[in-house]
Design a protein around this ligand. Structure first.
Ligand code: NAD
Ligand code: TYD
Length: 356
């Protein structure tokens, strides 16, 4: 029996990880600790909450160390999968402090609570425990030379307040492994796409705008490159690394699937128009070039050879299949989208990004 604490489980990736763990490991007790910020949504886990008796939700902030101490002791936590974070680059440009607070200080609080409990008599020592930190490829910075990739030994070179905060949290995780013998493991993944992503990120925002005939704000020239992975494949990689990754190691996760933003946007338009029954080219005119993001990273590309060769993981979905499945999901789940984009969030979004 294992008692797993998953942080940020009500968010995009976290909800897929919680679902996978609850369903695949009925012997585990899965505790989802989430503050329910604007990005946390318990609707993402409705099916799990009703079908899985081993699922437990705890509302709380990873910065609240007293609460964390109680959670570790009360539920005898022996594994942590840490996803809770502020995750949107544009927000980090507007409010870097929130990113330092949750991503850096919150991670330190979680590390400290794990360390205290596992090194106590009740916690039973570090053997058999695992602290798994979920990070991003953005810590490596921006690639400029074609044909180069981020590998696990690439030097950190974060360029945005978001990636700087994630890089800092990665360093603290390694420091706790090195200094206190905490059994840590880290993975750095490329951009995820799939159901339940908050519609401030490129893919869900654009699908929703195509549906409503609203402009598609392309930053700069649209030539920036991102490497996209289907979210369930990321959750499968997390499962693999949590159970079989080696202590102290880092694993890069990605599907060798690079797209220039503008090419990806054209695929989204073509697919969404087809699924909506619109004639070809119907939504092409929605593309609107807007001012570039400050410090916009040019290209990310992950080399996940280590994960493949050491642990046998590989993506299960081809991109064409994954993107169609994703667009279909957002079109079929308009209520999920409307619940987010209406009301208070609409006002917030208008203040943050203008009326687009
Ligand atoms: P998200 O923004 O969709 O979800 C974040 C979740 O964390 C939300 O449920 C939110 O309520 C919760 N949270 C935020 N602050 C909290 C706090 N102080 N205490 C407790 N809970 C809090 O993010 P996501 O896209 O699912 O990303 C999850 C993790 O994966 C992050 O650590 C992110 O850096 C990393 N990551 C994301 C991507 C991606 O493409 N989205 C890629 C690689 C890595
Ligand atoms: P995003 O989904 O914010 O992820 P990240 O910045 O973490 O990679 O953005 C993906 C790419 O799309 C990035 O190059 C910025 C670009 N982008 C736009 O062109 N317009 C938009 O409205 C958004 C949200 C992103």
């Amino acid at each position: 029996m294992r008692n797993i604490l998953i942080t940020g489980g009500a968010g995009f990736i976290g909800s897929h990880v919680v679902r996978l763990f609850c369903k695949n490991y009925p012997d585990y007790q899965v505790y989802n600790l989430d503050k329910l910020t604007y990005a946390g949504n318990l609707e993402n886990l409705k099916d799990v909450a009703s079908a899985c008796p081993n699922y437990h939700f705890i509302k709380g902030d990873i910065c609240d160390i007293d609460h964390l101490r109680r959670i570790f002791a009360d539920h005898r936590i022996d594994g942590v999968i840490h996803l809770a974070a502020e995750s949107h680059v544009d927000r980090s440009i507007k409010d870097p402090f929130a990113f330092a607070q949750t991503n850096v200080l919150g991670t330190i609080a979680l590390l400290q609570a794990a360390r205290e409990y596992w090194s106590s008599e009740a916690g039973g020592g570090m053997a058999g425990k695992r602290f798994y930190h979920i990070s991003t490829d953005e810590v490596y910075g921006s690639l400029h030379d074609p044909g180069t990739f981020f590998v696990e030994t690439t030097a950190y070179d974060p360029q945005s307040p978001y990636s700087a905060s994630k890089a800092s949290s990665d360093h603290f995780v390694r420091a706790f492994g090195n200094t206190y013998g905490l059994p840590i493991v880290i993975s750095n993944c490329s951009n995820n796409y799939g159901p339940n992503q908050f519609p401030e990120k490129l893919i869900p925002l654009f699908i929703n705008n195509i549906r409503h005939g609203k402009p598609l704000p392309v930053y700069g020239t649209g030539e920036n490159v991102r490497d996209w992975l289907y979210v369930v494949d990321h959750a499968r990689a997390i499962d693999t690394i949590f159970h079989r990754g080696r202590d102290g190691e880092t694993y890069n996760i990605g599907g060798f699937n690079e797209w220039r933003n503008i090419d990806l946007i054209k695929v989204m338009i073509r697919t969404a128009d087809r699924l909506l029954g619109n004639p070809e080219g119907h939504s092409d005119g929605l593309i609107t070039y807007v001012q570039d993001r400050a410090g916009h990273d040019k290209r990310y590309a992950i080399d996940s050879t280590k994960l493949h060769e050491e642990l046998g993981w590989e993506p299960s979905l081809q991109f064409e299949e994954g993107i169609e499945k994703t667009i279909r999901w957002y079109l079929d789940n308009q209520e999920w989208m409307d619940n987010i984009t209406s009301g208070a969030y609409e006002k917030y979004y208008a203040e943050m990004y203008g009326n687009r």
